[in-house]
Design a protein around this ligand. Structure first.
Ligand SMILES: O=P(O)(O)OC[C@H]1O[C@H](O[C@H]2O[C@H](CO)[C@@H](O)[C@H](O)[C@H]2O)[C@H](O)[C@@H](O)[C@@H]1O
Length: 253
């Protein structure tokens, strides 16, 4: 992986059939101190709605958030979604979730809350089948948090794995990743037979870029950081502009 070359993506052209996959935090919306304070603007919601119609439903958000959390965030949209980095998916075929060993999740959740109670600025997000420890408001505590998590997971026979994101350590039981979710969507209508396009900003989006590259699609990295994506956009504002340009371009069909 290398730093992106900062090649601007062209808008989606009307002569091809595209399937659009969108990350949420850092891509559709700027990062904020607290995940629960994030809102999508009405403009972005409207763009997604019109693109979803134009692409005949071949649009999905692919997020680290839980679907239960994405649903109100994206309201009133009723679109395909993958949550918890691919551990769950919801589309016209129903809801699919990787197996969740609940006693393990409960044990790890309690241990993480214990750590958070002892360390100001640390917060825990419980997503159902996975968990996240946020340290954006206490970045100096990263080393201590990572060591605590490594010890905790070693004591659980490594049935969960830890993944780094932006000021967050995500703990998952599922080995599914964003690329697996995109591949699963691409196997069925309305996605099947189309060219996938994925926009994402974080380390965990690299799995999505890898899969989309294998499927001969387009990959767009948002913001700084090493990536295997081909194209680059500076931030959520530029993403919204690209979505708007793509919508205009697709209307020409
Ligand atoms: O895959 P995404 O849709 O980008 O979700 C990744 C994680 O996003 C959220 O955390 C991040 O955004 C927060 C709000 O801006 C920020 O406070 C935090 O530091 C970031 O890591 C979300 O809370 C996580 O569950 C997602 O996995």
């Amino acid at each position: 992986m290398s730093a992106p070359e900062r090649l601007s993506p062209p808008p989606l052209s009307p002569d091809r059939h595209w399937a659009l996959f969108l990350d949420v935090d850092g891509t559709l919306t700027p990062l904020m101190d607290r995940p629960e304070d994030v809102r999508l603007t009405e403009d972005v919601i409207s763009l997604i709605e019109r693109l979803d119609q134009r692409l005949q439903g071949a649009l999905a958000v692919v997020s680290g958030r839980a679907i239960d959390n994405l649903t109100p965030l994206l309201s009133p949209l009723d679109i395909a979604m993958a949550g918890q980095h691919g551990a769950e998916r919801r589309d016209q075929y129903g809801y699919h979730q990787a197996d969740v060993p609940e006693s393990l999740i409960d044990h790890v959740r309690d241990a993480l809350h214990e750590f958070a109670e002892q360390h100001d600025g640390i917060s825990i997000e419980h997503k159902g089948g996975s968990l996240a420890l946020h340290y954006r408001n206490a970045p100096d505590l990263y080393d201590r948090a990572r060591e605590y998590i490594d010890n905790l997971l070693a004591g659980c026979d490594k049935q969960m794995t830890a993944h780094e994101g932006k000021c967050v350590i995500e703990l998952r039981t599922s080995s599914d990743h964003k690329g697996d979710a995109i591949r699963a969507f691409m196997e069925k209508p309305p996605f099947a037979g189309r060219i996938p396009v994925f926009l994402g900003d974080d380390v965990t989006d690299e799995d999505g870029f890898g899969t989309v590259t294998e499927l001969d699609g387009l990959t767009i990295k948002v913001g700084d950081g090493p990536t295997c994506a081909t194209y680059w956009l500076e931030g959520p504002e530029q993403v919204a502009q690209w979505l708007s340009d793509s919508l205009d371009s697709l209307k020409e069909a």
